[in-house]
Design a protein around this ligand. Structure first.
Ligand code: C2E
Ligand code: MG
Ligand code: MG
Ligand code: MG
Length: 279
């Protein structure tokens, strides 16, 4: 009995595995045409500074409407795009589209806001990445200082000489660098002091766990290193109040705004802690 059970389990696993492979293959094929078929869209999510009482940055997040209907999460298709290197043309599309949307975002939140774009390691490792980025940004008539590049901790801490010098060069050209999902990777404190970055984005998992000593230590460290700090994934007022008490002032999360099409984004006055709340 045990033997047949074992075998049937194995069989189920095997079938599942093949099924996943087929789905994956299908995804790859369809992703190939997403640009020509005009299936990509950017949504935006504000990062709000309670201290400055304004939206300081708006992050661009990619959406894929497969066959113009079924939405595929970036968590699913970005890894496929990276493996197939399709992330290179897709990433360039993202940068260009973010530049094109910037004027509308500035109209909504003020001239000084920046647009943040997620950059994967495959893109950063391309020898002509900076050249291509500059070219797109110039073609679209945008200044580099309005563009923030979000890279994940693993990229920043990999410490290859090329990647480190890319980051230095990017900052020299006026781009700012944010370290995304901070705390989920393996950066040591000494690495952080050497990294050419402007901002760390504290991963949502820290906000969910809400461990005050850890959160306090993180903000203290960031301030000592003269880094901006954004807390990601704020879902309610209680989380926000806790973080404010601990010294956090820059927030992003569903409680402020879901990621939305530019035209759907809330006006500044409709965000929590907005200037109109004052008196
Ligand atoms: P990320 O850059 O860390 O983006 C934050 C993710 O958390 C987004 O998921 C966002 O919708 C979600 N989020 C924001 N606020 C909250 C909240 O309050 N609660 C919860 N539960 N989630 C929240 P999304 O849009 O599905 O993107 C997932 C990841 O895909 C991004 O993580 C980023 O790593 C990657 N990604 C998205 N767009 C791009 C892109 O254009 N290029 C690259 N290379 N990666 C991208
Ligand atoms: Mg990000
Ligand atoms: Mg993030
Ligand atoms: Mg994240």
């Amino acid at each position: 009995h045990a033997k047949s059970l074992g075998r049937s389990r194995y069989h189920i696993f095997d079938t599942d595995f093949r099924y996943e492979q087929i789905i994956r293959f299908d995804l790859e094929l369809e992703l190939n045409n997403c640009l020509e078929k005009d299936e990509l869209q950017l949504v935006y999510q504000p990062i709000y500074s309670v201290k400055q009482q304004k939206v300081i940055t708006v992050e661009a997040l990619l959406r894929w409407y497969k066959d113009h209907s079924q939405i595929v999460s970036p968590v699913e298709f970005i890894p496929v795009a990276e493996e197939t290197r399709l992330i290179i043309p897709i990433g360039e599309w993202v940068i260009r589209q973010a530049c094109r949307d910037l004027p509308q975002l500035q109209q909504k939140y003020g001239q000084s806001i920046r647009v943040a774009v997620n950059i994967s390691r495959i893109q950063l490792d391309e020898p002509d990445f900076i050249e291509r980025l500059n070219q797109i940004v110039q073609e679209e008539g945008i200044s580099a200082r309005y563009i923030d590049l979000e890279i994940t901790e693993s990229v920043a801490t990999s410490n290859t000489v090329e990647e480190q010098s890319s980051l230095v060069k990017l900052r020299e050209q006026g781009y700012t660098i944010s370290l995304d999902d901070f705390g989920t990777g393996y950066s040591s404190l000494s690495m952080l002091t050497r990294l050419p970055i402007d901002t760390i984005k504290i991963d949502r998992s820290f906000v969910t766990q809400m461990n005050p000593p850890v959160l306090k230590a993180l903000i203290t460290m960031a301030e000592a290193l003269d880094l901006n700090v954004v807390a990601e994934g704020i879902e309610d007022q209680e989380q926000c109040q806790h973080l404010l008490k601990l010294g956090y002032t820059e927030f992003q999360g569903y409680w402020f705004s879901y990621p939305l099409a530019v035209s759907q984004l809330p006006a500044l006055s409709n965000l929590p802690y907005a200037p109109t709340d004052r008196n």
